[in-house]
Design a protein. Structure first.
Length: 622
């Protein structure tokens, strides 16, 4: 959110490292998995979330550190930690987290699930009936799609997809051609399910599951007829997944991004995970092949990749082991019998998701698509999902001849492909699709509907702190504002004009916009609180966000604390500010809320000498 950065006044010891702070966030999520008061299947889900988060951490953050080392950079961030030292500290921390994960899984969660009738039997404990069924399943569903590759001069090491399931197999003997390379690779196609439910009649418990990795391991001999299998080792490679598009070279962002996406699965390796039975020789061979160091190796005492367990809570029909069902409400002003535009004309409507339904936003767009009085719809899209009903309404509006403009962020991380598909689809039905401003992410969440009414054209606006993604609105906390306030509508129209066209930054009356006014206004508001406190009156800042990393904002908070301003921060993820340091940040308290819902909204409150200024934001302080 920062504009031109000013020189820092504080030393590196006053800033926490972003990557290490992110890992502390993973520990907070892991604490939910360890909490016995959390329903059991939800604890399993939290355990999987940690693994999913660590995957992205390696794909983006660790790959960035390694890239710094590759180009010989010794430059440290505001925290003063050089890349080589940071990579070592990250490795130590992640090894500890993974060790705690598997201790929790094997020593607590799996035994507790077994007591509740949910089991994952090991291969050595399969009954004869289970073995027969699993063998039949392997021959019917798995064997036909496998391609074992023996390693020799004619069969080089195959390309390994990012985060895919693979096996390194040690063999003894000669095959039909007299070859005895001694090693082979078996890759599990992504089309195969990673967790398979056993038939109820084959299990003493109600729910029995086996892993595809166990099924493959048990039948690997079937793939190498007449050979002696000495060892079979599961491994998984995580690769650099950050996309790069050269601003000076690119002519068409969408076309260039498509090319980058094709290579994402094969970026440089940054992590190697192996099952704990993997021999030292094979682990060394794999590290050498993927150009990794021993610090990049992670042995797992259990299945490699806990993310594959994420769906199990959905498959197990045990409400007593999950959070109680939650049904979001609706504000009374949005009675279903009342037309949504009529309700908004009656006054601004603030929605708090997921406690209040996202349905009014969907209804607003549906009504706009079908209303002959609506002339134009403009919308920013960051993440929306592959089957979003919102996009269906946008497409229908375009087909009906309305002026539909979508500012689509192609570089929304890991949603790039879905957004390209959406862009193609919307363009096919006549919508205008633009990709914001190259070099910046369009992260704002704005929807504007222009409607002809008796007194002229009126703008109806939705502004949100979260994405236009109907699925995530059920478990992300966010705010959304529905309004037809004329001045806000003019501000939003100016932002859209700026994003789709050309021109100087427009002075907005109610909105703070990055990269022009957001960061300077936040810093100025904090400094005003400091001035008020120095004059002996009450200074107060309360802010909630996902991340706090922007150095100048952090310095302003330190100065406010020293002036006597009470500062309460709620930061879900990484935080570079050091709270509670005598003489520096005595009056700053930082909390992190991790629980059933993902805390996603950003709220900034400034006491302003009693005027109580409150802002909602789609941006963090970073």
């Amino acid at each position: 959110m920062h504009a031109d950065r000013m020189p820092l006044n504080y030393s590196s010891e006053h800033f926490l490292n972003r990557e290490l702070s992110l890992l502390q966030f993973q520990r907070r999520v892991l604490a939910q998995a360890a909490d016995p008061t959390v329903p059991l299947l939800e604890r399993l889900r939290f355990l999987c979330i940690v693994s999913s988060n660590l995957d992205e951490f390696f794909e983006i953050r660790v790959s960035g550190i390694k890239e710094q080392l590759r180009i010989g950079s010794r430059k440290s961030g505001e925290d003063g930690i050089a890349p080589a030292e940071l990579l070592e500290r990250v490795s130590d921390e992640v090894h500890e987290i993974i060790s705690e994960q598997y201790q929790l899984l094997n020593g607590d969660i799996l035994p507790a699930l077994e007591k509740e009738g949910v089991v994952f039997p090991r291969r050595s404990l399969w009954t004869e009936a289970q073995r027969a069924w699993i063998h039949d399943y392997f021959m019917r569903e798995v064997m036909p799609v496998l391609t074992p590759i023996g390693l020799d001069p004619a069969h080089p090491f195959p390309r390994v997809l990012n985060k895919s399931l693979n096996f390194a197999v040690e063999l003894e003997g000669r095959d039909a051609f007299g070859r005895d390379s001694g090693a082979a690779i078996v890759q599990a196609p992504r089309a195969l399910p990673r967790v398979i439910r056993l038939p109820r009649e084959l299990c003493e418990q109600e729910y029995g599951f086996v892993f595809l990795s166990s099924v493959l391991h048990a039948h690997v001999g079937e793939l190498f007829s007449g050979m002696n299998v000495l060892g079979c080792y599961q491994f998984r490679v995580t690769r650099n997944s950050d996309l790069f598009v050269d601003e000076e070279e690119v002519k068409d962002l969408r076309t260039s991004l498509k090319g980058e996406l094709q290579q994402r699965h094969f970026g440089d390796a940054v992590r190697l995970e192996v099952a704990d039975n993997c021999s030292e020789e094979m682990a060394g061979f794999l590290l050498q092949h993927f150009h990794l160091t021993p610090d990049d190796l992670y042995r797992t005492p259990g299945i490699v990749n806990l993310v594959r367990l994420m769906q199990v809570p959905d498959w197990v029909e045990r409400p007593d082991l999950k959070y109680s069902p939650f049904v979001p409400g609706l504000p009374k002003v949005l009675d279903k019998r009342r037309q949504v535009f009529t309700a908004i004309r009656g006054g601004d409507i603030l929605l708090h998701h997921p406690f209040q339904s996202f349905a009014p936003v969907i209804e607003m767009l549906r009504a706009a698509a079908d209303d002959p009085q609506v002339l134009a719809i403009k919308m920013t899209v960051y993440r929306t999902g592959t089957d979003s009903v919102l996009m269906e309404h946008l497409a229908r509006a375009a087909q009906k001849g309305k002026e539909v403009t979508v500012v689509l962020e192609l570089m929304a991380r890991f949603d790039e492909e879905a957004n390209i598909t959406l862009a193609n689809r919307l363009e096919e039905v006549g919508a205008h699709v633009v990709y914001g401003v190259f070099g910046y992410k369009t992260h704002a969440k704005l929807l504007m509907i222009v409607r002809r009414e008796e007194d002229g054209l009126r703008r109806y606006v939705h502004m949100g702190t979260g994405n236009y993604h109907p699925r995530t609105t059920r478990f992300y906390t966010d705010f959304g504002l529905l309004t037809c306030n004329q001045e806000i509508g003019e501000d939003v129209a100016a932002v859209f004009k700026q994003l789709t066209g050309l021109g100087k930054a427009t002075e907005l009356r109610h909105l703070w916009q990055a990269p022009f006014t957001l960061q300077p206004n936040v810093v100025a508001a904090i400094r005003r609180e400091a001035e008020i406190a120095r004059e002996g009156r009450r200074g107060r800042v309360i802010a909630k966000m996902n991340a706090l990393l922007e150095p100048e904002t952090i310095e302003a908070l330190y100065e406010a604390s020293q002036a006597g301003v009470e500062v309460d921060l709620i930061v879900r993820g990484p935080c570079a500010l050091r709270p509670g340091v005598p003489g520096l940040s005595d009056n700053i308290r930082v909390r992190s809320v991790v629980g059933r819902f993902l805390e996603h909204h950003r709220i900034f409150h400034f006491h302003a000498d009693g005027a109580e200024h409150m802002y909602l934001s789609s941006a963090d302080w970073m």
